[in-house]
Each structure stands twice: as structure tokens, then as C-alpha cells.
Design a binder for this molecule. Structure first.
Ligand SMILES: NC(=O)c1ccc[n+]([C@@H]2O[C@H](COP(=O)([O-])OP(=O)(O)OC[C@H]3O[C@@H](n4cnc5c(N)ncnc54)[C@H](OP(=O)(O)O)[C@@H]3O)[C@@H](O)[C@H]2O)c1
Length: 288
């Protein structure tokens, strides 16, 4: 049995749908019992079995992992993330889970300029030390993040700090399809994969594509990191740690080229979804 965490979130929910498409049974763990799981209508929709589990509650994890042999681990970013994911890994190992597919991040290394990537490195190290088979997915920014730009896009601006630097975005559904492959195809399990979309596109170019798509005036405005951080805290009401993260990740795109890899096509036998297809699918979101 596969257990999946984070199924109300971006990658976890997409993973659930990838497994449903394959007809693979999965136990979907949800922290908030009454929160709907997008696309899942009933509490028990075969082959999805829904169960409550909170990473802050070891007893709920032990019950949720009973009889399972593989775990998909996607956890929300938070100051507690490293501690929570390490605990999940320890309890999974003691519950008899043999393989964990973890959603990590690029630049997951000890000296990373991105604090959350340093945290992912610490979790990856813990996973490597666990002795379990582990598949590590390091995706670039999710295309789904772009939907969060809608409040300023409808006012005609995209704010950022990356200037003309090309930024790679990947559709969460491709991350999920690779995760599902790792959970269902032994030859894919056990790898460490940097996952990218098919092209790196600068924010001024994203603004231009949205202009074409919506017929509205949308321009990119380049800010300093401090100006962006201030905007995110004051106007988007982000907690400080998250505003820091967004700013750090944008600076990383300038210093490290986000070159597309062939990993998605190598594993799935088809190219990753394109940014144009994503923007077209969600164009109504940017017109409100
Ligand atoms: N966004 C990006 O562009 C990007 C790029 C590269 C890597 N990543 C990494 O991808 C990972 C997954 O991101 P995501 O966007 O899929 O996550 P997400 O949408 O933020 O979803 C997080 C999930 O974690 C669950 N969760 C939070 N606290 C929990 C707890 N105590 N116990 C059990 N579940 C808990 C949430 O449940 P509730 O619904 O109950 O809150 C939710 O289902 C992150 O660690 C991030 O660093 C993200």
C-alpha cells in the first residue's frame, strides 16, 4: 500500500490524481479531517482510502502507516518543516515502510543561499541515513505558483527581482507523474531527480505572454530584493519567513541558470507540460 501525505496541497493532490489515473490504490493522509481534498468526492473513493494524520501527532502517523510499504512525502514549508519531516521519516521506518518519495527543492545543499533548501538538505540527509530506499524529487518553481500573481496581474503588473533572468517553471502534474512512476516502477525508484519544465522564461516574457493571452496591459516591474520583501509582507500579508523565501529563491534564479533537464521525458517518455499550455488553461484566472 502507498500512503501519501500533503494531499490537500499542490504536489500531493496531483500525485493522488496520477495514481488514480493509473488505478493504483493509495491511502491519502489528511491533517484537517473536514478540509476537502480537491477532486476526491467521497471520504472513500476506491482506490483512494482517506485517513487522518498530523505530523505533529506521532500516534496518528503510526496508525496511518500501518500495513503500508511506500510513502509519498510532501510537506508545507514552515519553520517546523525539518523537524516534522524528520519525525515522519523515523516513524515511517519503524512502521515498516521501505521506500519514501520526498519532494525536495533545487540547491538542497548545506551552503545554499535559500534557507528552505538548506532545510531540504537536512531532511534529505536524514532520509539517506535512514537506510530506506529513497527517491528525491528536486523540482523548480511550480507553474501553479503563477496563479498567486493574479491579484497584481489584474492590476496590470507583475512584481519581481529577477530582471531578464530566465526562470524555469514546472507543472505540478509532471512532478506528480514522476512521483507516481517512482512508486510504481522499480527502475525509477531510488533516484535523485532535478525536475524542470521544458523552457526557462523571464518574467518580462511571462508578462508579454499574459498580455497576448488576456488582451490587457500587463508589465513586469523589477524591484530590489528589499522592496519585494516589503511588498510581500505589507501588501500580500506574507509571514516574514515566507517573504524571505520568495526573495531568496528569486535571487537564486539570477545567480544559477535554471537550465531545463531531460529528466521528465527520460522517465515519462513524453515532454513536460509547457508554460503556454498552463497559462492558456488558466487564462480566466488572470482576467478577473
Ligand atoms: N512551490 C514551489 O514552487 C516549490 C518548488 C520546489 C520545491 N517545493 C517544495 O515542495 C514541497 C511541497 O510543496 P506543496 O506546494 O506541494 O505543498 P503545499 O501545497 O503547501 O501543501 C502542503 C501539504 O502539507 C500538509 N501539511 C502541513 N502541515 C502538516 C502536518 N503537520 N501534518 C501533515 N500534513 C501537513 C498540508 O495539509 P493542510 O491542507 O491540512 O494544511 C498540505 O496538504 C515543499 O516542501 C516545497 O519546499 C516547492
Amino acid at each position: 500500500m502507498i500512503v501519501a501525505m500533503g494531499v490537500t496541497g499542490a504536489t500531493g493532490n496531483a500525485l493522488l490524481h496520477s495514481l488514480l489515473t493509473l488505478g493504483t490504490p493509495v491511502r491519502a493522509l489528511t491533517r484537517t479531517p473536514h478540509k476537502p481534498i480537491p477532486g476526491i468526492t467521497g471520504a472513500h473513493q476506491p482506490p483512494v482510502e482517506v485517513q487522518h494524520a498530523d505530523a505533529t501527532d506521532p500516534r496518528s502517523l503510526r496508525a496511518a502507516f500501518e500495513g503500508a510499504d511506500q510513502l509519498f512525502l510532501a510537506m508545507a514549508n514552515s519553520p517546523a518543516q525539518v523537524e516534522l519531516e524528520r519525525r515522519v521519516i523515523d516513524i515511517a521506518a519503524s512502521a515498516g515502510i521501505a521506500h519514501i518519495v520526498k519532494v525536495s527543492a533545487p540547491a538542497a545543499e548545506p551552503g545554499s543561499p535559500v534557507a528552505i533548501s538548506r532545510g531540504h538538505h537536512a531532511i534529505e540527509e536524514h532520509l539517506r541515513a535512514s537506510g530506506l530506499t529513497h527517491t528525491i524529487l528536486r523540482p523548480y518553481a511550480f507553474m501553479q505558483n503563477l496563479l498567486r500573481l493574479a491579484p497584481t496581474v489584474v492590476q496590470g503588473v507583475i512584481l519581481g527581482t529577477t530582471g531578464d533572468a530566465p526562470c524555469n517553471h514546472i507543472d505540478c502534474r509532471d512532478i506528480a507523474d514522476v512521483a507516481a512512476a517512482a512508486l510504481t516502477r522499480p527502475e525509477v525508484a531510488g533516484g535523485t531527480y532535478t525536475l524542470t519544465g521544458p523552457e526557462a522564461v523571464s518574467y518580462p516574457e511571462i508578462a508579454a505572454r499574459l498580455r497576448t493571452l488576456t488582451g490587457r496591459q500587463i508589465r513586469y516591474v523589477d524591484l530590489t530584493p528589499d522592496e519585494l520583501r516589503d511588498h510581500l509582507i505589507r501588501n500580500a500579508h506574507m509571514p516574514t519567513w515566507l517573504a524571505d523565501h520568495v526573495t531568496e529563491i528569486q535571487q537564486l534564479a539570477i545567480t544559477r541558470p535554471e537550465t531545463p533537464t531531460t529528466t521528465v521525458i527520460d522517465i515519462l517518455g513524453r515532454p513536460p507540460r509547457t508554460l503556454d499550455a498552463f497559462l492558456h488553461e488558466h487564462h480566466a484566472h488572470f482576467r478577473r
